[in-house]
Design a protein around this ligand. Structure first.
Ligand SMILES: [Zn+2]
Length: 77
């Protein structure tokens, strides 16, 4: 084998999109909040529940924040 690969055959890193604490699948919202609240350059993220626990903010509060950031046109969401 030459080690060549097909262009367009881009691997999908599905397994990155799980919470690093509980293993739950996460979405763009979880990812965005994690980046916003902890580290913008993060490449692994926590779900809303674990993030809330980690920083001591309720899930409702985090979702409200996400809504707010979205309204402000934040590109992370
Ligand atoms: Zn979690």
């Amino acid at each position: 084998m030459t080690g060549s690969y097909k262009r367009g055959n881009i691997p999908v890193y599905e397994d990155r999109y799980i919470c690093i604490k509980c293993g739950k699948k996460i979405g763009k919202l979880d990812e965005g909040l994690h980046k916003k609240m902890i580290n913008r350059g993060a490449e692994q993220w926590m779900c809303v529940d674990c993030l809330g626990e980690y920083i001591g903010v309720s899930r409702e509060e985090l979702l409200k924040k996400a809504e707010y950031f979205k309204k402000m046109g934040c590109t992370l969401f």
